[in-house]
Ligand binder design. Structure first.
Ligand SMILES: Nc1nc2c(ncn2[C@@H]2O[C@H](COP(=O)(O)OP(=O)(O)O)[C@@H](O)[C@H]2O)c(=O)[nH]1
Ligand SMILES: [Mg+2]
Length: 302
């Protein structure tokens, strides 16, 4: 048998566990995960290589009905990923599904996108650690009737159960082809992008209400600091939409931004496997989520 390879988009509503699955597949934390919906804003590749196969998974923002330029950008990222992919993993949340007695309009809408893209699809029912297994039968049944899925795979992205079956189902359906990336490469995203995401995750986790949704992080400098401890110096700017949000992000006597910095540094040191000096500043880019120009100014490339 020859070498197989392909792109596989992971799509679904916000918060179903798409990024958690990507990290599980990679065996390392690449995509940021929080309990809040709409954590992921860009399409993020995670590359998994075997001796006979390479799968490029595309983690995507959740598909939802959001207003504003940023939300539209996010949904476009997800839908465009469908068109890049050879196959689709459509993810739903077991905990929600076992209580429902029908497929809700949001999921129907996403199925419509999969249908339009004409891609083979696997249904992934995530978070099965939260439900009784026998309650899944009616869920499997109604999704099997709604769409000609190639396979239906219940799993727990968090705990890992069922993830091997998903890989098995995907592998056997991939086209024959060459590797897209060298073995060992984890993502096609730049180091600066990953750094900015790790910082954004902490801001997302530590703030509330609309503030997390108004933060964008741009890495300004990444510089080797020669000397005996070989520090990597990183400077980044957190952009917010309004002055009041700047106040919250900086915090009383700078406490909040210090906490964001210290937590981000710990994760970055683990990811980059070296010591880091991290300097953060906060800047207001008025209403950046509301215009293309705003998005561009805080580092989005449409
Ligand atoms: N219990 C449980 N929680 C999960 C599982 N997968 C993800 N989560 C949680 O669901 C939340 C959203 O996860 P995330 O990966 O960010 O979802 P995304 O928005 O679809 O990318 C986080 O709090 C995760 O820890 C799972 O298999 N079981
Ligand atoms: Mg995500």
């Amino acid at each position: 048998m020859g070498f197989h390879s392909g792109f596989v988009a992971i799509i679904g509503r916000p918060n179903v566990g798409k990024s958690t699955l990507l990290n599980r597949l990679l065996g390392t934390k690449l995509a940021i995960v929080t309990p809040k919906p709409q954590t992921t804003r860009n399409r993020i590749t995670g590359i998994v290589s075997w001796p006979d196969c390479q799968i490029v998974f595309l983690d995507t923002p959740g598909i939802h009905e959001g207003k504003g330029t940023l939300n539209r950008f996010m949904v476009d990222e997800a839908i465009n990923s469908l068109l890049e992919a050879d196959m689709v993993c459509f993810m739903v949340d077991a905990e929600y599904e076992v209580r429902a007695d029908d497929i809700r309009p949001e999921e129907q809408g996403i199925l419509g996108h999969v249908r339009n893209a004409v891609r083979p699809a696997i249904l992934v029912i995530n978070k099965v650690d939260r439900v009784e297994k026998n309650l899944l039968l009616p869920v499997l049944d109604r999704y099997a009737r709604a769409f000609p899925f190639e396979a239906l795979v219940p799993l727990s992205a968090l705990q890992g159960d069922g993830v091997d079956s998903l890989v098995h189902e995907v592998k056997q359906r991939l086209p024959e082809g060459e590797r897209f990336y060298p073995e060992g490469q984890l993502t096609d995203r730049s180091r600066d992008f990953i750094i900015s995401e790790f910082i954004r995750e902490k801001a997302f986790l530590l703030t509330h209400q609309e503030v997390p949704y108004s933060v964008a992080v741009v890495v300004d400098v990444v510089q080797e600091r020669p000397g005996k401890d070989r520090l990597l110096y990183i400077a980044a700017t957190l952009h917010v939409e309004r002055d009041s949000q700047k106040g919250i992000l900086v915090g009383r006597r700078g406490e909040m931004i210090r906490q964001i910095g210290s937590q981000a540094r710990t994760d970055l040191e683990a990811f980059l496997k070296r010591r880091i000096f991290l300097e953060l500043r906060v800047r207001v880019e008025k209403d950046w989520t509301r215009s293309d120009r705003g998005l561009t100014r805080v580092g989005f490339t449409p």
